[in-house]
Ligand binder design. Structure first.
Ligand SMILES: CC(C)(COP(=O)(O)OP(=O)(O)OC[C@H]1O[C@@H](n2cnc3c(N)ncnc32)[C@H](O)[C@@H]1OP(=O)(O)O)[C@@H](O)C(=O)NCCC(=O)NCCS
Length: 185
């Protein structure tokens, strides 16, 4: 799951590892909501949070990895790939607040989608999006993903640690298949 991709304009997309704790702490410093790696913390990561997140996303384990969008060794955003079947992976994304609306997520998702089809050989990449998340829905559409279905009460809001006492919202499933790449070229 190791990638190192030139995104142009001095930007690079590379797999994050346990050595990137300081980058994650710096990048999440102005975040007030959740970032990429999990529901907690909702806000800035401490070094301990970052270490736990990067360990949970250890690419060497082979089931999930996170990929940083970097400029001059500064982390501007990250994408996460979670393998959930022999031909399938879920993709998630996050861009640090002050770097949004600059086309970074679009560059990242385009590159990682292509790489996942071509290098990992996975046919299907899918997204799970809260219907209220207008930026994410727009991004999915711009990146050429196709809307599949709306799953009622499927996603957890993580307002409390106990699942039974939490609120659950609908989720929109979007997907990209290898076929869509080959028919686009
Ligand atoms: C969703 C997110 C990753 C988008 O990152 P970004 O780098 O700002 O997105 P881009 O600049 O690449 O935008 C690409 C397209 O997405 C859509 N988009 C992005 N932000 C948008 C916004 N605030 N409102 C409406 N559309 C938006 C647009 O279609 C945009 O294309 P355009 O600029 O030509 O109109 C970012 O807002 C974010 O990190 N949000 C918090 C985390 C999150 O919600 N992750 C997704 C969980 S499913």
């Amino acid at each position: 799951m190791i990638a190192d991709i030139d995104l142009g304009q001095g930007l690079r997309l590379r797999t994050l590892t346990a050595h990137d704790v300081d980058l994650v702490v710096e990048a999440t410093g102005t975040e007030t909501a959740r970032a990429l790696w999990g529901p907690r913390p909702a806000g800035p990561y401490t070094p301990r949070d970052a270490r736990a997140a990067l360990n949970a996303w250890d690419p060497a384990a082979g089931c999930q990895a996170s990929y940083g969008i970097l400029k001059h060794d500064r982390l501007l955003g990250a994408l996460g790939l979670m393998i959930d079947g022999p031909q399938s992976a879920e993709l998630a994304y996050w861009v640090r607040p002050e770097s949004r609306r600059q086309g970074l997520a679009l560059r990242g998702i385009n590159a990682l989608t292509r790489w996942t089809h071509d290098e990992l050989g996975l046919d299907r990449i899918w997204l799970e999006i809260n219907p209220a998340n207008t930026p994410s829905l727009g991004l999915a559409d711009r990146a050429g993903y196709r809307y599949e279905q709306r799953l009622p009460h499927h996603c957890r809001a993580w307002t409390t640690p106990e699942p039974d006492h939490d609120t659950w919202h609908d989720c929109m499933i979007w997907a990209h298949t290898s076929l869509m790449t080959s028919s686009a070229t």
